[in-house]
Ligand binder design. Structure first.
Ligand SMILES: Cc1cc2nc3c(=O)[nH]c(=O)nc-3n(C[C@H](O)[C@H](O)[C@H](O)COP(=O)(O)OP(=O)(O)OC[C@H]3O[C@@H](n4cnc5c(N)ncnc54)[C@H](O)[C@@H]3O)c2cc1C
Length: 290
């Protein structure tokens, strides 16, 4: 069958897409200039995808490719499934490390982790085991239907076999290269900024209904481990307002509250001038907004 017809037939087949070296699960990240899904008679072109790929089947490929990409200043991208909805596994004119065929799975009936008690029935997964095995799944959330019972996928990891950006291969666990282990596990532990930021977001989201019920309107921005909030309560009571925010602050003593200012403003026009007109800048990175 001709390539265009094969593509047309399988356009919405996620398994087929994951088996194509340059494809993503969602075509907006491939940016083909003609969509054959709408017109089979149109001519096919390569989309905005990596121009060359290595079908990596051994960890040594990782090391060689990372060094090669650094030496020749190539843009390196890594892909298992192409599921990344922010397209971090593709880039036009890039050099692709494709892990699709590193799909070994080995059952280890008894495993000793960091000298602690044996763990039974551990699975060693190759870097390309897909649909919820390694790579982006672990680094990007790894939630599942069982998460409320068993936790996130990343919480189950005992050990990683890692190639770092300088091309070195490292075993990473709670007792070996433990800083890297904490980072790869999403930054568990008290010392981690990521964990603290996750707590801040969680507590803040829990706090939102209380503010909404109280009649507050808001402008919020999040980034760089900070939340900036501008809350306005039309016809509100400043004492109640202060008490509400103090409660949030008192319940979250781990966070650094850089500035907390409340003001009673006698008219809407004054509030508008104070809160909205001084600066409403644009021209920076913005991902999601209202
Ligand atoms: C239909 C669908 C359903 C989904 N369901 C869930 C779900 O139930 N739970 C959930 O948590 N997520 C879910 N996701 C999100 C998915 O887990 C993420 O998109 C995840 O990033 C996919 O990981 P991947 O490695 O397979 O994808 P890719 O797109 O291949 O890679 C994602 C990212 O990981 C990087 N990466 C992959 N492997 C490596 C590696 N070995 N070393 C370094 N970087 C690597 C890539 O460079 C890229 O940045 C779903 C996505 C889709 C499209």
């Amino acid at each position: 069958m001709e390539a265009c017809t094969i593509t047309y037939t399988n356009w919405m087949n996620s398994k087929w897409r994951s088996e194509q070296v340059g494809a993503m699960e969602y075509y907006n990240w491939e940016m083909p200039n003609v969509l054959i899904i709408y017109n089979l008679n149109s001519s096919c072109h390569q989309g905005s995808v990596p121009v060359i790929a290595v079908n990596a089947t051994l960890p040594e490929y990782f090391q060689a490719m990372i060094k090669f990409a650094a030496k020749y200043h190539l843009r390196l991208v890594i892909k298992i499934t192409g599921s990344d909805i922010l397209a971090r596994s593709t880039a036009p004119r890039s050099f692709l490390l494709w892990l699709h065929y590193m799909e070994n799975m080995t059952l280890i009936s008894q495993y000793s982790s960091c000298g602690s008690a044996n763990v039974t029935n551990v699975v060693r997964l190759g870097a390309g085991v897909q649909w919820g095995g390694t790579g982006g799944f672990l680094q990007g959330g790894s939630h599942s239907l069982l998460s409320s019972w068993k936790g996130l996928g990343v919480d189950q990891v005992l050990q990683y076999d890692v190639v770092t950006v300088d091309g070195q291969r490292k075993i990473v666990s709670q007792c070996q290269n433990s800083d890297l282990f904490y980072a790869l596990s999403g930054g568990v532990g008290e010392a981690s900024n990521e964990a603290l930021y996750a707590t801040l977001i969680r507590d803040f989201v829990r706090f939102l209904p209380k503010l909404a019920e109280g009649g507050w309107v808001r402008y919020i921005s999040m980034g760089d481990h900070k939340i900036s909030m501008k809350y306005i309560w039309p016809n509100g009571n400043p004492n109640v307002g202060n008490a509400t925010f103090s409660e949030f602050q008192n319940n979250n003593t781990d966070f650094v509250f850089l500035a907390k200012t409340t003001a009673f403003i006698p008219s809407f026009y004054e509030a508008y001038k104070l809160a909205l007109t001084p600066s409403d800048p644009t021209g920076y990175n913005m991902l999601l907004g209202s």
